[in-house]
Design a protein around this ligand. Structure first.
Ligand code: 9D3
Length: 257
């Protein structure tokens, strides 16, 4: 898969995409990342990339002529979609990452603390993506987030298949807690079941702890996910654990509040 990133700050991309898993995958030719400086497509003496907004107001707007020259030069005669990273975009998620990973090529456009001319958005941008509800200084980190999330799904990028397999097994739930040696650390014990070698009990323990964390920290995830019969049974156990046992008795029942 090929990623092209258009940016005003190419130097921001050198570290994260050249290190660790993504860096290795690039060395192995499993994906390629090309960084393009938008300023190289500005033709005036000062290589201006933005201008003041029509109608007035604070801030600057990225010029359509420069942006479209850059997009068209990079896209060539390919039909690769252009993704604009923007606070107004749809919030990026794992399902979108999986869909993007099926494509042969993506062009990512990152702005820097400013918007692009609306005509570029409407006529040259295919999808607009945000990475969440907080304000950053630009679309560069979001572009790297998208590349990272998509690239790790490409065949061969993660060392062996097991991490991805484990993930699909528990997908839509938060991870279960992990422990390593020693079994007793400053009098803090590893849960007995994990030392037992009973694979079936371990599997059920982990599923329960995944469901517990999801219920307590991200109940929203449970609403959008189908549950198996076993998962529903475990969730029922958890709800029991967290609700006060049974009904309140008459003593605790005060009718005046
Ligand atoms: C919402 C603030 N805008 C008010 C006029 C200006 C503005 C601030 C920061 C416009 C762009 C930016 C830079 N942010 C991004 O380009 C961005 C982003 C983000 O800030 N949060 C989450 N996802 C993204 S994707 C691109």
């Amino acid at each position: 898969m090929r990623f092209d990133i258009l940016t005003l700050f190419p130097e921001m991309f050198s570290g994260p995409l050249s290190t660790s898993i993504i860096g290795k995958a690039r060395e192995r030719g499993l994906l390629s990342v090309e960084i393009w400086n938008i300023r190289d497509y500005a033709l005036d003496k000062h290589r201006t990339v933005d201008d003041t907004p029509y109608g007035g107001g604070a801030g600057m707007v990225m010029r359509p002529d420069v942006l479209v020259r850059a997009i068209e030069a990079v896209r060539g005669d390919s039909d690769a979609p252009v993704i604009y990273l923007s606070p107004q975009g749809s919030v990026f998620n794992q399902q979108m990452a999986a869909e993007l990973a099926r494509l042969p090529r993506l062009i990512l456009l990152a702005g820097h603390y400013e918007e692009i001319d609306e005509r570029v958005r409407q006529n040259w941008v295919d999808w607009e993506l945000s990475i969440g509800d907080y304000v950053l200084t630009g679309g560069e980190l979001p572009a790297m987030v998208v590349v990272d999330a998509v690239a790790r799904l490409l065949p061969g990028v993660l060392g062996d298949a097991s991490s991805l397999q484990e993930e699909s097994f528990q997908d839509g739930l938060l991870d279960y807690p992990q422990y390593t040696r020693p079994a007793n650390f400053r009098d803090l014990q590893v849960p007995e079941v994990l030392l037992s070698g009973h694979h079936e009990q371990i599997r059920r323990f982990r599923l329960k702890e995944s469901l517990r964390r999801t219920l307590l920290r991200r109940p929203d995830l449970l609403q959008h996910r189908e549950l198996s019969a076993e998962e529903r049974e475990i969730l029922e156990e958890l709800v029991q654990e967290y609700s006060c046992e049974g009904r309140v008795n008459d003593d605790e029942h005060h009718s005046d509040h």
